[in-house]
Design a protein around this ligand. Sequence first.
Ligand code: NAP
Length: 313
Amino acid sequence: MKELYEIIIIGAGPAGLTAGLYGSRSNLRTLIIEKGLPGGQLLNTEIIEDYTGFEHVTGIELAQKMEAHARKFGVEIKTGEEVKSIRRSGDLFEVTTDESAYRAITIVATAGGTAQKLGVVGEEEFAGRGVSYCAVCDGAFFNGQVITVVGGGDAAVEEANYLTRFGSKVYLVHRRNEFRAQKILQDQLFQNPKIEVIWDTVVEEIKGDREVDRVLFKNLKTGDTREHPTQGVFIFIGFKPNTYFLDDHPAHDESGHLITNDRMETNVPGLFAAGDLRAQLVRQITNAVGDATVAALAAEKYITHLKHKGLKE
Ligand code: NAP
């Protein structure tokens, strides 16, 4: 018989670890399944300075603190295990991973997202040989070299700033003539003498021999194309929500983010969502942990109600 949990949480980023904390603290049998290591995007972030109470903390340190805090209340965490499918069966969910299978009364999906790809020639070919989606992981490989960052959101602007500690020069190329990033991040960017912004421009191709040595730019206003020498291309053009394992196709918006009510419950009863894979205005650590708190406590109420009614397996 597959093991039965009251809550299974998919993903151990800030949302998953918070749901784990509240689930286990409510004395519910709670399991987190994480395909990598606990921390999620925190592990790709050097310094965090907008999580209340932590003026300056490394992503790794915050991840470790969150994991230790959740474990203190007894949550089980399985790492290096990837959820492949979640299917509803009676009142329960069947969770199949690449290693095992479990049953759960509720699911809290907190699997975040995967970096969007540009989809241009050379991107795949040069991945890991000049093309990167993680500044903290790969920035140091480009010491003294020319770096080009693509995007105009918080991630692109923040990471362009960060990458100036390695690059001799950092170009930030954006398809429009204004950023959607927060003003404070833009202010830091415009004060940084090592950064040059290239507006109204897209990368059409990434070129090189064994490694990247140039990209092909196209100016969307004039239609002009030109080659731009660069060794590093860092792409930050958003995230695609990780919902591929959900067999029930819950309601979602046009970009695939799950739609929930104010209890963080999707239109599939017992399936809750929190953090970056949920449709919402902002995607910050603070609101991810807030969503996850609501999701875990709402799951607890759902479980109590279902047990009272009589659970159908
Ligand atoms: P995002 O906010 O969705 O921004 C994506 C950027 O990439 C936009 O500027 C977009 O341009 C551009 N873009 C999208 N597709 C493109 C394409 N095919 N070619 C060229 N450019 C393209 O994504 P994000 O910056 O990764 O952030 C994701 C979420 O995490 C956001 O909610 C963000 O607030 C949050 N976040 C917060 C922080 C922080 O607070 N410090 C740091 C990182 C991320 P347009 O503007 O023209 O659409």
